[in-house]
Design a protein around this ligand. Structure first.
Ligand code: ADP
Ligand code: TRP
Length: 332
């Protein structure tokens, strides 16, 4: 059986949070256990560089990302796991693809466009704070995807447009040079898979509203107890579907627990009790992986060796693909 390739990356721009877990890491790890897939997952450090300009922090977040993936169940024997910057072929392909991508396509890319629109709204130069890395970000992501003939890209909803751009670029390259690239498809965890942050917006490192997966108990407690609730008294019936606490609780509980919590909301429950239960639930859910996380994090030599082995495996595939591409464009 020809296995399908599942590929995804996460930027090391901060502590990975529960939204990253629900939207990307959990589905990706599940996929890596399915026999019909071969999985390729990576730390997108050169994508992070569009925003993070601090060497020591970059290093720290790369190790934390690697430790997070491993602690949450990524098996480096089964999955090719590497750091993006260790694969020079990606950057060579990125240039090749740049020469085949219209500027107009990138003008519409939302990460760039939303900053530009904000600048225009603020009446300042539209290009303020926009570096070329941010602008060409979707091309680098396309190179990540196409180089490995990826079929399925497990990502959160906000990444759909990027995968669509990769499809466009692959299709136009194929029609110019003949069948070269596999056309990738995105896979979204499920329709309601955008996890809400502590302020009610999408949980995101850029909004400072996250619950880091492996924060210590005290920090987790502080964050959860600061989540805003309405001022209804304990005995008043409450709407679970209008509660940040419930939306988090249901992601980490089984069906019967969710059902019971729903009933308690309808009957009336004190917000303090919901917070306590949420804290206990999240702690329980990640208890085993938390211990592993700190073990991995203390052994950076091991993390280096895992990423190095992953990069060697990835480069074997990448160099073959790149040779074929260079052949098509006529440079070899
Ligand atoms: P952030 O917004 O925190 O910077 P990233 O852009 O690095 O997160 O996202 C890494 C992966 O995690 C992507 O696949 C993204 O779609 C997913 N993701 C991020 N935040 C959430 C969220 N709140 N809910 C679901 N998935 C998310
Ligand atoms: N852009 C993705 C994000 O912000 C990270 C990423 C980089 C990625 N390259 C990728 C995701 C390739 C999937 C496939 O989350």
């Amino acid at each position: 059986m020809q296995k399908k390739v599942a590929l995804t990356g996460i930027k090391p721009t901060g502590e990975l949070h529960l939204g990253n877990y629900i939207g990307a890491i959990k589905p990706a790890i599940e996929l890596s256990k399915a026999p019909q897939f071969s999985s390729i997952y990576f730390i997108a450090d050169y994508h992070a560089l569009t925003a993070l300009k601090n060497g020591p922090k970059m290093k720290e977040y790369i190790y934390k990302s690697a430790a997070t993936w491993l602690a949450l169940g990524l098996d480096p024997e089964q999955v090719i796991f590497y750091k993006q910057s260790d694969i020079p072929e990606i950057f060579e392909l990125s240039w090749i693809l740049s020469c085949h991508t219209s500027k107009g396509l990138l003008n519409r890319a939302h990460a760039y466009k939303s900053i530009r629109d904000k600048n225009i709204e603020a009446g300042i130069d539209p290009d303020t704070d926009i570096n070329m890395g941010l602008y060409t970000y979707p091309i680098l992501m396309t190179a990540d995807i196409l180089l490995f003939h990826s079929n399925v890209i497990p990502v959160g909803k906000d990444q759909i447009q990027h995968v669509e751009i990769a499809r466009d670029i692959a299709q136009s390259f194929n029609s110019l040079y003949g069948e070269t690239f596999t056309i990738p498809e995105y896979q979204i965890a499920d329709q309601s898979s955008v996890l809400i942050g502590v302020d009610g917006r999408k949980m995101s490192k850029s909004y400072n509203n996250t619950l880091p997966i492996f924060s210590d108990s005290k920090t987790l407690k502080n964050i959860i107890f600061k989540i805003k609730t309405n001022s209804l008294p304990p005995e008043a019936p409450k709407d679970p579907d209008d509660s940040i606490l419930f939306s988090l609780y249901k992601e980490f509980s089984d069906e019967s627990q969710v059902h019971k919590m729903r009933e308690r909301f309808y009957k009336g429950i004190a917000w303090g009790d919901v917070k306590k239960e949420l804290l206990a639930t999240i702690e329980d859910y990640f208890r085993d992986s938390r211990n592993k996380y700190f073990e991995y994090l203390n052994d950076t030599a091991y993390l280096d060796s895992i990423l190095k082995t992953g990069a060697q495996k990835a480069r074997e595939i990448a160099s073959k693909s790149l040779k074929d591409i260079k052949n098509k464009i006529g440079t070899v």
